[in-house]
Write a protein that binds this ligand. Structure first.
Ligand code: KIV
Ligand code: ZN
Length: 517
């Protein structure tokens, strides 16, 4: 236990608190199941007194989820604690987490209580929680801005009253690693019964230091970290679980501790949270961002090709990704492009004879990112005619509305002849792509659809990116327009033209497995 760090996940409580729309019981249960698979030690499932929905979520998770401790939050108020205990009734391993504000700003302005009143409230409510549950955690809210003498007294009394975990939250993300370490050191040095409890931290990210503060606390003896998946939470969020867990694993040489988290489930959990919480992750987010294992510059790609460790401190597989990604752009060196062409099945001789690198540079300058199908087209084309689009969308009309079955009519030019088809669909985009399918005759499954506004205001341009799978491989198509249905149709046409070229060259792309990112 001395070297084990308990991972307390509060995605369903602090994380959920920050979402625009609260999650349903079913959504929370799906997340809790995945957190159990990730093998966190404690799941904070919600704040039962806050709403009937939260009560039901906590009690359902308490009944259904085995493995981790299931925890509910309660203010140091009798009703909160009794409601929390009731919600946790079905749990094999329940925990009540009770808290009260302890900084001057909280006690004077929010609670309007003296320090002595606060100490009495802590004693009374920790005891009450203990009478209802064997496992009680106490948090001194805003501990980061609490006078340390008072904090030491509170912590001593909470332990005396029966709390077995003491949590020190940096509620407003105010501390810095050195400052926070000072608070932790004082608690260890001055609270006489500190060895009777596990010391925990809960850091917010307002100054971007939540992970650094949590890790520093570990170096100073803390043995529980509270965190959320993707770092979601109030304002700038909480310490990110994936950053904490991977930092402790990758820098075991510094920390000499371990967690029980199954790191191979990190990516799957992160994606589930993005999807259910409707909260995207920035591409450069540590560990789980889409660029976290991508290499773009020529120097880096060359280094990774020679030895992965030159630019990778952890493997993509260790967080549940299949492989790293080399983005082919104008910055990619000839070494990298050659290696990708070899992967696509071209021989050294074919590559040598093709003057591939000059052609690649020209294409990358025009397109930005170069995909596998672009490389194949570049190798196979005998003249610029070979690269021209086979299908041209000449006309698209879509009817949709509240009491209208979405219907689309498309007209496409193929070899100088116009073809027209109409189709109904589940929505305007579905109808449009079905009408296109009827003309081109390809069987396609859309795997990803992403829409973003590229300009602001009512006349905003929408950029649509579609990933679709066919017998020839998985293709990405992009389209931009002020009309999102049109942008979608352009992206879809981009894909069908790529497939047409693959068919013409009699080539297939290596098909990535469905679950790879
Ligand atoms: O940030 C905070 O102080 C909290 C407590 C309730 C632990 O979320
Ligand atoms: Zn918090």
């Amino acid at each position: 236990m001395k070297n084990k760090i308990l991972i307390f996940d509060t995605t369903l409580r602090d994380g959920e608190q920050a979402l625009i729309a609260s999650l349903s019981v079913d959504q929370k249960l799906r997340i809790a199941r995945q957190l159990a698979r990730l093998n966190v030690d404690i799941i904070e499932a919600g704040f039962p007194v806050s709403s009937p929905g939260d009560f039901e979520s906590v009690s359902t998770i308490a009944r259904e989820i085995e493995g981790p401790i299931i925890c509910g939050l309660a203010r140091a108020i009798e009703k909160d604690i009794l409601t929390c205990a009731k919600a946790l009734k079905g749990a094999k391993r329940p925990r009540i987490h009770t808290f009260i504000g302890t900084s001057a700003i909280h006690t004077e302005k929010k609670l309007r209580k003296s320090e002595e009143d606060i100490i009495e409230m802590v004693k009374t409510h920790v005891r009450l929680a203990r009478r209802n549950c064997d496992d009680v955690e106490f948090s001194a809210e805003d501990a980061g801005r609490t006078g340390v003498d008072f904090l030491c007294r509170i912590v001593e009394q909470a332990i005396e009253a029966g709390a077995s975990t003491i949590n020190i939250p940096d509620t407003v993300g105010y501390t810095t690693p050195e400052h926070f370490a000072g608070i932790i050191d004082q608690l260890f040095n001055r609270v006489p019964n500190i060895d009777k409890a596990v010391l925990s931290v809960h850091c917010h990210n307002d100054l971007g230091m939540a992970t650094a503060n949590s890790l520093t606390a570990v170096s100073h003896g803390v043995r529980q970290i509270e965190c959320t998946v993707n770092g979601i939470g109030e304002r700038a969020g909480n310490a990110a679980l994936e950053e904490i867990v991977m930092a402790l694993k990758v820098r075991q040489d510094l920390f000499h501790v371990q967690t029980d988290v199954n790191t191979k489930e990190i990516m799957r959990t992160s994606k589930l949270i993005r999807e259910i919480c409707n909260m995207p992750v920035q591409p450069n987010k540590a560990i789980v961002g889409s660029n976290a294992f991508s290499h773009s510059s020529g120097i880096h790609q060359d280094g990774v090709l020679k030895a992965k460790k030159t630019y990778e401190i952890m493997t993509p597989q260790s967080v549940g990704l299949k492989e790293n990604r080399m983005n082919l752009t104008g910055r990619s060196g000839s070494h990298m492009v050659r290696s990708r062409l070899l992967d696509l099945g071209y021989s050294e001789k074919e590559i040598e004879n093709s003057q591939f690198y000059d052609k690649f540079k020209e294409l990358a300058d025009k397109k930005g990112r170069v995909y596998d199908d672009d490389l194949i087209a570049l190798m196979e084309s005998k003249s610029s005619d070979d690269l021209k689009d086979v299908f041209t969308l000449e006309y698209l009309n879509v009817a949709s509305g509240k009491s209208t079955v979405p219907t689309a009519t498309a007209r496409i030019l193929v070899d100088g002849k116009l073809f027209q088809e109409a189709a109904c669909g589940d929505g305007a985009v579905d109808a449009a792509t079905k009408a296109i399918d009827r003309i081109v005759g390809y069987k396609l499954t859309i795997e990803k659809y992403h829409l973003e506004a590229v300009t602001e205001g009512r006349e905003a341009q929408g950029r649509v990116s579609i990933v679709a799978r066919s017998a020839e491989g998985v293709f990405t198509g992009n389209g931009t327009s002020t009309d999102i249905v049109e942008a979608s149709a352009i992206a879809y046409m981009d894909i069908v033209n790529k497939i047409a070229r693959m068919k013409k060259f009699n080539r297939k792309l290596p098909v990535p497995p469905r679950e790879s990112l």
